[in-house]
Design a protein around this ligand. Structure first.
Ligand code: NOJ
Ligand code: CA
Length: 712
């Protein structure tokens, strides 16, 4: 009976030891957990002999209770290995491998008679860990005033950052060394609600690159019943510390045991493309809670939408009245504006366009009463979400849409009056069910009501999650604008198709816009947590088209707008421009009609944050592939090997590229479409203009095509 004796000795040693090591399944990562002489829990992370995180402290400060920081001893540890696969309801790949080694550390704080666990999961592309609190006599209810999780970095890394801000993430990115971060220098013009809380604070997901060429992403997964984690930078020692978003009275989180925090994540590779391909955030989220996901349909949509963002085209509001009260207004007595976007004949035109070109959804904004004074007044009773304007025939339009195989997408702009929305949401859902809506776009423009709460605080986090769950129970898909940024919760609630939670294409219509590098950074930052409703597909690039004096413009070429359907992953994609702008360029519009939104496979071929990216995706249940390539303000030549294609098979490649003289500023709408045969041995040399891109659709070639087309 040798084994039990050995086991007891091993257990005894592990109980005495104040340090534990854990390796990733492929042994590339090593985690060290230790307790220092003050009893502070610490961890360190090494990747392929390079230190990524130096010894860093863990712990939390509490209100009116001793901190959960010092005086800990290791009671015991448990290790575990998981290697399984699961199939997402929709996604970038058909199947996801969840493979990690786990270390669970049981800590005791003897002086306080309290216990805390820290659970580490080490994957082949990085680390996740979280704090867990069991039910116990001396830790029932507690309030977190600060989480003190540290990420001690090895140097002054290059970082792609937006300012720490409790209410918005709609910034452009700044690229500097950690020591040079200064949130006070960032211009927030055009963002409804903004304000940095410390000069040295940045938001997560935070993307960094070290001088040695390591790519590091720090973020969180499964943000549930807690506030979002931003990061404070110690600019001398390069230590990041978690900074949670406070509530109206300054508390960061209200806890009741048993409870745990979200996962803190460190994803690392020496290849930038590995960061984009990581599934660790999803793997750290719970499996789908939706038993009957049949109602969830990845889709393309058009909308009564861009017309409100470009100059002189459409309005959300029905009338010009600047002072509306929901209760007292006689809407029929108001004079309708000719440019009201949601008027019945205009919506009908959009339904016809959607039906003619195969779009499943038509978003209609400005359909409901209240838009006359919706923004900026911090007013509670703005919308009721059930009363259509007199010129929006809700019954007729839904019936007409359904008769053509199209569905209207509901819009609930809450104007951030969340109390009002929560009071009225059940009736709003009843209305949706009455007319057969199965998707909603929510919005939270403005300062939150209850006043003093923040978009990214625990109270709002719970609100967004409650709303997604409520819609799931009612078989409704969600696209949330201005929510907290996603943290992989779409695995658990796949009815959450997409979120905004970053600076979308709309900024190009009415502000200084998004610089050409913006779309090369978003996949490394915001998209780490989930799909974005970026609203690509703008063909009429310059706003002078609508108003000769207006100098705003989309900061890309037209071909890059097509590439975004592939590079900016989302199961919900909008053809965002006006139908009449597509009708002028049906040859380029063909790509938007053809492109898929759900995938069996994805290959990130090349990428560098802030510079460029090329990705190939295989359409779900199909042999078709689509490729998107984008660049920043610099032109470049992409070398594209088609090695991902089936061997010994010819494919017809339709290439939508920048014309030779295209340039995002001087000549953005010049594109060239060509067709040729390629196979798995072909390599394409593709030029991208400054601010440009290319999109390719690939279909297996028929005999006639093999005869007729040129081979690459
Ligand atoms: C901001 C959203 O991002 C945009 O898509 C929407 O049209 C307006 N708010 C109005 O809700
Ligand atoms: Ca760049």
């Amino acid at each position: 009976m040798k084994k039990p004796t050995l086991f007891i000795i091993a257990l005894f040693i592990s109980m005495l030891s104040m340090s534990e090591n854990l390796f990733s399944p492929d042994k590339n990562f090593q985690l060290n957990f230790s307790i220092n002489n003050e009893g502070i829990a610490q961890y360190a992370l090494v990747y392929k002999t390079k230190t990524v995180i130096k010894t860093s402290n863990l712990g939390l400060e509490l209100k009116n209770d001793p901190a959960l920081i010092k005086g800990f001893t290791i009671q015991k540890t448990e290790v575990n290995t998981v290697d399984e696969s699961w199939k997402p309801i929709w996604g970038e790949v058909k199947e996801i491998r969840n493979n990690y080694n786990e270390l669970l550390v049981f800590l005791e704080q003897k002086t306080e008679k309290r216990w805390m666990k820290i659970r580490f999961r080490l994957f082949n592309d990085g680390l996740g860990f979280r704090y867990e609190f069991e039910k116990q006599p001396n830790l029932n209810y507690f309030r977190i005033t600060d989480e003190k999780t540290q990420f001690a970095l090895t140097g002054d890394h290059t970082t792609f950052w937006i300012p720490g801000d409790y209410d918005t993430n709609e910034y452009t990115y700044t690229t500097t060394k950690l020591s040079e971060v200064d949130a006070s220098k960032v211009d927030g013009t055009g963002i409804g609600t903004h304000g940095y809380f410390a000069k040295n604070a940045v938001q997560s997901p935070l993307m960094m690159k070290t001088a040695e060429g390591l790519y590091i992403s720090i973020f969180e997964a499964a943000l549930v019943d807690y506030s979002a984690m931003q990061l404070l930078i110690d600019q001398k020692n390069f230590v990041l510390t978690s900074a949670l978003v406070p509530d109206a009275v300054g508390t960061k989180a209200y806890m009741q045991t048993p409870q745990h925090t979200p996962w803190r994540t460190v994803i690392v590779s020496d290849k930038a493309t590995d960061i984009l391909a990581s599934k660790t955030i999803l793997n750290l989220n719970e499996p789908s809670k939706i038993a009957d996901p049949g109602f969830i349909k990845p889709q393309k949509m058009i909308g009564i939408w861009w017309g409100m963002h470009v100059p002189n085209t459409m309005s959300w509001n029905y009338s010009h009245s600047p002072n509306i009260k929901l209760k007292d207004t006689d809407w029929n007595a108001l004079t309708p504006l000719p440019q009201h976007g949601a008027k019945t004949e205009n919506v009908k035109r959009y339904i016809d366009f959607a039906a003619a070109h195969g779009f499943a959804g038509v978003l209609v904004e400005g359909w409901n009463v209240g838009w006359e004074d919706w923004a900026g007044n911090w007013k509670e009773e703005v919308f009721d979400f059930i009363t259509p304007y007199p010129d929006f025939d809700i019954k007729y339009l839904n019936e007409y849409a359904h008769s053509k195989g199209v569905k209207l997408i509901m819009h609930h702009e809450t104007s951030a009056s969340v109390t009002n929305y929560e009071r009225r949401i059940d009736k709003a859902i009843d209305l949706m069910k009455q007319y057969g809506y199965d998707a909603v776009k929510t919005g939270y423009v403005g300062w939150i009501i209850p006043r003093g709460e923040h978009h990214d605080g625990q109270w709002m986090v719970n609100h967004y999650n409650r709303v997604v769950e409520k819609f799931a129970n009612n078989k409704i898909m969600v696209d949330a604008h201005e929510p907290v940024r996603p943290t992989g919760l779409h695995r658990t609630y796949p009815n959450l198709l997409a979120c905004e939670a970053a600076r979308g294409n709309e900024f190009n219509a009415w502000s200084a816009g998004n610089p050409p590098e913006h779309e090369t950074i978003l996949p490394f930052t915001r998209l780490m947590g989930g799909p974005m409703d970026y609203t690509p597909g703008i063909f009429e690039i310059k706003m002078s088209y609508y108003d000769p004096k207006n100098t705003n413009q989309v900061h890309t070429t037209l071909a890059k707008q097509l590439a975004l359907y592939i590079t900016m992953y989302s199961p919900l994609q909008m053809a965002a421009d006006l139908p009449e702008n597509y009708e002028k360029r049906m040859d380029a519009f063909q790509f938007i009609k053809d492109v898929a939104v759900d995938w069996d496979d994805t290959k990130y071929l090349e990428a560098e944050p802030g510079d460029y990216m090329t990705v190939a995706r295989k359409q779900k249940n199909s042999d078709n592939w689509f490729v998107g390539g984008i660049t920043d303000e610099n032109s470049r030549i992409a070398l594209l090997p088609f090695s991902f294609l089936d061997e010994k098979t010819w494919y017809v490649a339709t290439i939508y590229a920048d014309a030779a003289d295209a340039d995002w500023k001087a000549n953005p709408m010049a594109y060239k479409i060509s067709k040729m045969l390629v196979n798995s041995k072909s390599i394409l040399k593709q030029k991208l203009a400054c601010g440009g891109g290319f999109a390719i659709s690939l279909k297996k070639a028929g005999k006639d095509e093999i005869k007729a087309l040129k081979k690459l």
